[in-house]
Design a protein around this ligand. Sequence first.
Ligand code: URA
Length: 267
Amino acid sequence: MARKQNFAASDEVLYHVGICKNDLQGATIAILPGDPGRVEAMAKALGTDCKFVGCHREYTSWLTTIDGVRVLVCSTGMGGPSVGIGVEELARMGITHMIRFGTTGTIQEEIDLGDCIINKAAVRLDGTSGHFAPVEFPAVACFEVTAALIAAAKEANADYHVGISVSSDTFWPGQERYDSFTGYVPRRFQGSLKEWQALGATNYEMETSALFVIAQALGLHAGAVCGVVAKRTESESIAPKSAYDKAFADMIKIVQGAVVKLAKAGK
Ligand code: URA
């Protein structure tokens, strides 16, 4: 069944992201980091002809050009609710393809700090996705976007893994961290890390399940790649910046390659 899609007028500034379709200069692909502070560096590392577009709340937007393809880089902030708002508004401006570019904590021994994880699906340990589809509905990535990310990761010779994320609304209890203010983890989450491990899930982060379910519900195409900045089989802590820097360099190449492949395939 064809879904109704309500596009904004070209000059309508969307309330939360604070930009309009005219600002996008034809971009239909968006790269979505969580952190607004990383958008500018990401846009400049990804491509050329970079341009600041807007900044409102957690949504900072820059344009970049990757091999002739105009691409938007727009932060989503942390967690499902702000992803949900951002994705709705980007869709209304004509964005059709989205790649989350985030950080994550691995729960599998064989995945190291600084590696990249391409998520093909996510456990819906979030609240936002339930506002778009019933809990039985899967959080799966777009096959074409994921295939492009994997092919690009191979070509870049990146240290990458493909797996299932556990997307939690919280950084501490939902990810079974005990180094919090009270150290208390509710019974529901006690032992949950071991269970996700046993089920073969690869990583914890906070946005991917919302992105995947919302993209499917809205008729969009989403994928995700994250850099490993915590190794939960060894520690609850976030690693020194060198781990992020290693993953960042690989993720830039992966996203560049994926964008080129998607554009060549006419998406
Ligand atoms: N982001 C998360 O949500 N968890 C981690 O462990 C690291 C990054």
